[in-house]
Every structure is written in C-alpha cells, then in structure tokens.
Ligand binder design. Structure first.
Ligand SMILES: [Zn+2]
Length: 195
C-alpha cells in the first residue's frame, strides 16, 4: 500500500509507483526462488529512500526525479535478503555484500525506467564503494562462475548465516582478495556492464 497522506496532491505518482513496485517485487522474488510474502508493505513519500529493519516500511524520496524508480528495486533487494544481523560466527554481514547485492537487483531489474548504469572505476574498491563497485564485482563473479543460480545460491548461503568468503572458496577455490585483483585485471578501465 502507498500512504501518500502527507502529499495528497501526489496521488497519481503514488499509483504509478505502487504498480511499478508490485511488478518488480514479483520478479525479484522469482529470480531468488523465494516465495512472495503475504505481509503488507507500507510505502510513503519521505526524505531519503530506505527500508526499515522489519522490512515492513519503505520510504521513497519525494525529491527523487520522476523516472528514478530503480531505487525501489534496490529496497526490494534488501527485503529479499533479510540477512541475519550476525552470522553463525557472531560477525556482521559485510556492508558491501548487503548493498552490492541490493544494487545488483536495481541494475538487473530496475534499469528500465532510468538511465542508471553500473560503473566501477579503476580507483573504486568494493569494500569502500559498497554500492556500484560491489555490485559490479558481484556481477563479474556471477559471469565467472557460469552458473545461472550463482547469485540466488550466494544469497541463501548468507541467509543461512555463513560467510561469503567460504562460498567464494567453494565455487572458485580462491579468496575474495585475489578474485578482486582478477576483476581489476579483467576490467582495467571504467566499465558499464550489459547483463
Ligand atoms: Zn541499500
């Protein structure tokens, strides 16, 4: 449901956004082979775009451009993840995994309504540029694995409280750091990925 009570003159925009949200919600959950939850999500116009910890509320930035709907898909990415706060070893899930995976969803499913592109420059680094570079790195890992289910499997792995490093070791027999070096070697300049 879209709660536009704070901005009643934005009825039409709210209707468009909720339609967009519904369609993309289904697609993202299908990609991750997840059942769409029955829980209602309240979306409202706010300052900044975010989803709450309970995954029941999304704020959509009222100041966003009219075509910038991809950020809703990024938030849907967080809802699908629903990662535990701590893994089974008591460590936090790395921010680059959370944001990189969500940003990957935005690129994969949400780029139809904006000219948003995924870019990672030579200066970028996945642990500090946790949005673009991390998403680009995850997509590169997916391609390298040649497995269509790489990202859903990675997602399930983290949901079950395991470390991403161990998953990468299982799939590639390499640690995250040397994989990143390979990534940089493969794409030495600014790269825009076609999926
Ligand atoms: Zn995010």
């Amino acid at each position: 449901m879209f709660d536009y009570s704070m901005y009643q003159n934005h009825y039409e925009r709210a209707q468009k956004l909720v339609e967009y949200f519904d369609g993309h919600y289904q697609r993202v959950f299908a990609f991750f082979s997840k059942k769409v939850p029955n829980d209602r999500i309240r979306i409202f116009f706010g300052k900044g775009t975010w989803v709450n910890d309970e995954k029941t509320e999304i704020s959509y930035d009222i100041y966003n451009s009219l075509v910038d709907t991809g950020c809703l898909v990024h938030e849907i990415g967080h809802i699908v993840q629903n990662y535990p706060e701590k893994n089974t070893y008591g460590e936090d899930t790395p921010e680059w995994v959370k944001e990189g995976m969500a940003e990957h969803c935005r690129y994969r499913f949400g780029k139809d309504d904006s000219d948003w592109k995924i870019v990672c420059s030579q200066e970028g680094y996945y642990e500090t540029d946790i949005y673009y570079c991390a998403a680009a790195f995850i997509i590169w890992l997916e391609k390298k694995s040649q497995r269509r289910d790489f990202i859903p499997k990675l997602n399930n792995w983290i949901v079950s409280g395991e470390r991403i490093e161990d998953f990468l070791m299982c799939v590639f027999k390499q640690d995250v750091r040397p994989l990143w070096e390979d990534y940089k070697h493969d794409f030495p300049r600014e790269v825009i990925y076609p999926l």
